[in-house]
Design a protein around this ligand. Structure first.
Ligand code: URP
Ligand code: ZN
Ligand code: ZN
Length: 493
């Protein structure tokens, strides 16, 4: 063995994976984890992790970066600012969106977002393909080609006037996803209910931000989940339901999974730590807590924690959607907007992992029964790597990318607007105190964050090519020996 076999050895920490924790050194050669074990040989550089946790870097699989919103507004972050913020929060991979709008060519959209990310990203990234213009070229030509090139997931919206797709194009996209082995991710809320409620609330003068929550009826989520799952079952296509916010929504998912349907789901810190009462602030201040779906009730938080522990919901993402509280963002419609004129979305890249760590590891949410650390790693890194086809990410094991976050489990931090590194200018979690903080973050062996400073240049993050295929294959109902004219007509397509 050469005297200096490794570039870096992270020594003496507690390594945690989704399945266990153990005292071990982690050796890195080049961009890759070379060895995990006790008493490893020397590294050219040694990082002392005594008393620390050595965890896989977080994967935030739902982030809106440098993106034009449903309402046509460019959000506040660049790939540089967003991935800086993500890295300070312990993440080493983000999946953001190549967001088509009506009339736009999907291939050009992907080229444009790719150029922005290639210039700015500090950590590795991939894209979900948002389809808002489901014409023949998009469905039959661009989607198959782009999926084949390594963009293995699509996103649709069932609500928002300017980008929603109705049931027929939803089926078109489900079928294309199935034929090309892509995952379909969906923002599922009943558009008619939200639109109807919004118009009537505003007409009666109920215009303050808190009415945003009331305008998204709880049932609009369960209804849309049921419709989506029914459509996906017709095509036998695996789906990911984004940002689950209600107990009823989680119950719909539990039932579908119990029937063997290939339904994945995510929730976000805003549904685990905030409620609709957070929107009830003087004047327009509540706009900072406005996102879709809205935060709900304390009892929904409890139901979502249970769903995470039961495995009904497999991932926790930030749904980072950064709009400043000024005329460039939340107040872009003027100084006195109705809630219908305020951009939806919260920043969250930097606080997702600390909030989850504090709840699951430091405070030890009881649902996880002493396995909070492993569950934290799974929900925030390992499961997203598996669901979104990132085979070199999401765990600490020889041969994988050296994407590592070293956590100080004792560090106590009070979150504030000033400490955030994104460009939103506020965090809806300001004032909360968390225990546990990522103090050193390596991406492919590079010090992205060390000693409180950024150690890599913008543009050094890499696009991650993702092959098609699903973490859970379709049920096989359409290929089984079933009568296509009875209930499985999609077999004939
Ligand atoms: O309010 C949110 N979540 N805004 C971002 C876009 C979306 O709906 O995911
Ligand atoms: Zn959404
Ligand atoms: Zn989103």
């Amino acid at each position: 063995m050469p005297a200096q076999p490794y570039d870096i050895v992270i020594r003496g920490g507690t390594v945690a994976t989704a399945s266990g924790r153990f005292l071990a050194d982690v050796a890195i050669s080049g961009e890759t984890i070379a060895a995990v074990g006790r008493g490893l040989g020397p590294g050219a550089r040694e990082i002392d992790a005594t008393g620390k946790l050595v965890l896989p870097g977080g994967i935030d699989a739902h982030t809106h970066i440098e993106q034009v919103s449903a309402g046509g507004l460019l959000n506040a972050d660049s790939f540089e600012s967003a991935t800086t913020s993500a890295a300070f929060g312990g993440n080493t991979t983000v999946i953001s969106f190549a967001a088509q709008h009506r009339g736009l060519d999907l291939r050009k959209v992907v080229d444009d977002y790719s150029a922005l990310a290639a210039r700015g990203a500090l950590i590795d990234y991939a894209f979900h393909l948002i389809v808002a213009n489901p014409d023949a070229k998009t469905i039959e030509t661009d989607l198959p080609a782009l999926i084949g090139e390594g963009h293995a997931s699509i996103k649709l919206f069932m609500t928002y006037d300017l980008i929603k797709v109705d049931d027929e194009p939803l089926l078109d996209v489900l079928l294309t996803a199935r034929q090309n082995r892509a995952l379909l991710c969906v923002h599922a809320e009943n558009h008619g209910m939200i639109s109807w409620m919004g118009k009537r609330l505003v007409a009666k003068g109920y215009t303050a931000p808190k009415f945003h929550a009331i305008s998204h009826p709880r049932g609009s989520e369960a209804e849309a989940f049921t419709r989506l799952i029914t459509a996906a079952a017709l095509i036998d296509q695996p789906i990911m339901i984004f940002h689950v916010s209600t107990r009823e929504g989680a119950e719909v998912i539990r039932k579908a999974r119990g029937e063997g349907l290939k339904v994945f789901a995510e929730t976000c810190p805003q549904y685990l730590f905030l409620t609709r009462h957070d929107l009830d602030k003087p004047g327009l201040e509540g706009a900072k807590w406005m996102c879709s779906p809205p935060p709900r009730e304390a009892e929904d938080q409890e139901a979502l924690w249970r769903a995470l522990a039961l495995g009904d919901i497999q991932t926790v993402t930030s749904d980072h959607a950064p709009y400043r509280f000024d005329e460039t963002g939340k107040l872009s419609a003027g100084p006195q907007p109705t809630f219908k004129q305020i951009a939806n979305g919260l920043p969250g890249l930097e606080v997702r992992l600390p909030l989850m760590f504090d709840a699951m590891v430091s405070k030890g949410r009881p649902e996880f029964g002493g396995r909070g650390l492993e569950a934290f790693v799974d929900l925030t890194a390992t499961a997203p790597a598996s669901i979104y086809n990132l085979p070199n990410k999401g765990a600490i094991a020889p041969g994988l990318d050296a994407d590592i976050a070293i956590w100080d489990p004792a560090r106590v931090v009070t979150l504030s607007d000033q400490m955030m590194h994104d460009r939103t200018g506020f965090t809806p979690f300001a004032g909360r105190t968390v225990q546990g903080w990522p103090v050193h973050v390596l991406s492919r062996g590079r010090d992205v964050i060390a000693g409180g400073a950024v150690g890599v240049a913008p543009g050094t993050g890499r696009w991650l090519k993702r092959q098609g295929g699903w973490a859970a294959e379709p049920t096989g109902r359409l290929t089984a020996d079933m009568d296509p004219e009875r209930n499985f007509g999609a077999r004939l397509l």
